[in-house]
Design a protein around this ligand. Structure first.
Ligand SMILES: NCc1[nH]cc(CCC(=O)O)c1CC(=O)O
Length: 330
């Protein structure tokens, strides 16, 4: 909980000696809300550090408040079965709406495309490597022995790996990045897949092999940190302005517009990535069946200013190709 200042009568205040007004009594300029996982804390601290640098602040000017989300509470079953969207964001957004925090820092990948009333995605920090990583023997899933067990709870990664290696046994695999790496070391699975971004940020990427996006097209928003604020909060928007990365914001606009068009069920494997090269935005998006047997793909390229339209167009193209039921898999 953020500490509120007790209301002190001015007469009483006059009797308090100056040295008692310590730093802990400074009201922070801004309170960041975040999940408590090591990766989430890294992201919140990176945001704080960027703000401190940009505005020449003291660390104490930016407070960080840890908020437990439904996604953190559910440990025993795949989240796709828990249903609903925004399992990693809802409680943090509630705190934003209640003014307990001023800024929500999320993995963009975990953010639903439909914004809650009164909230807006202000922008993103510079994106890290958006690719998936393979952690296991050899360079990638092609090097695994016949019928080896791989662990991933991501429907997208399950579908993509099954497409490449239908013989592999895919088992659900949850927990934060460190937990999954421990389970791998203990031999619960032969290999796993994680986001390069998270591994790099936690300094755990030494055994990770980045996978080509042709085989492993990443999740929408993977590797990007989304900064969410109350709509119309120009004070916080102005504070964030110098730390936002324009290219990341544009790439996310394309990817999220694609997802928004296709967002049916959270049980449909969806992948997409936008890149900007020589001033041109290129987007590739995919929908797969959970067994990876069928895949639908669309490409668009054009001016970065058209990002949202390009992503949405690709989404509509795939939508028109899909047999009934693919987006409503339950
Ligand atoms: N679903 C959990 C999650 N949310 C964001 C990341 C990684 C960091 C990122 O993509 O920004 C991860 C873990 C993973 O997929 O390895």
């Amino acid at each position: 909980m953020r500490m509120l200042h007790p209301i002190v009568h001015p007469a009483t205040l006059a009797t308090i000696h100056c040295t008692e007004l310590t730093e802990s009594m400074t009201t922070p300029l801004l309170t960041i809300g975040t999940r408590g996982s090591p990766l989430a804390l890294w992201q919140a601290n990176a945001t704080r550090a960027a703000l401190v640098r940009a505005h020449d602040l003291n660390e104490a000017d930016v407070a960080v408040e840890v908020i437990r989300t439904t996604g953190d509470t559910i440990q025993d079953r795949p989240l796709s079965e828990a249903g609903g969207k925004g399992l990693f964001t809802k409680e943090i957004e509630d705190a934003l709406l209640d003014r307990r925090i001023d800024l929500a820092v999320h993995s963009s990948k975990d953010m639903p495309t439909h914004h809650r009333q009164g909230l807006v995605l202000s922008g993103c920090l510079p994106r890290a490597d958006a690719r998936d990583a393979y952690i296991g023997p050899g360079q990638g899933p092609a090097d695994l022995p016949e019928e080896a067990v791989v662990g991933t709870a991501s429907l997208r990664r399950q579908a993509l790996v099954r497409r490449l290696r239908p013989d592999l046994k895919v088992v659900p695999f949850r927990g934060n990045v460190e937990t999954r790496l421990r389970k791998l070391r203990e031999g619960e699975v032969a290999a796993t897949f994680l986001a390069m971004a998270g591994l790099i940020r936690l300094g755990l990427d030494h055994h990770a092999r980045p996978l080509e996006t042709d085989d492993f097209l990443p999740a929408i928003g993977q590797g990007a940190i989304g900064l969410e604020i109350r709509s119309g909060d120009t004070r916080v928007q102005d504070l964030l302005a110098p730390i936002l990365d324009a290219d990341t914001g544009i790439r996310l606009a394309a990817e999220r517009a694609f997802l928004e068009v296709l967002d049916g069920s959270c049980r449909t494997p969806i992948a997409g990535l936008a890149v900007i090269e020589d001033g041109l935005l290129s987007f590739k998006g995919r929908v797969l069946t959970p067994d990876g047997e069928r895949m639908w793909e669309a490409f668009r390229s054009g001016a970065p200013e058209e990002a949202a339209r390009l992503g949405a167009d690709a989404g509509h193209e795939i939508r028109s190709m899909l047999p009934a039921g693919v987006l409503t898999w339950v």
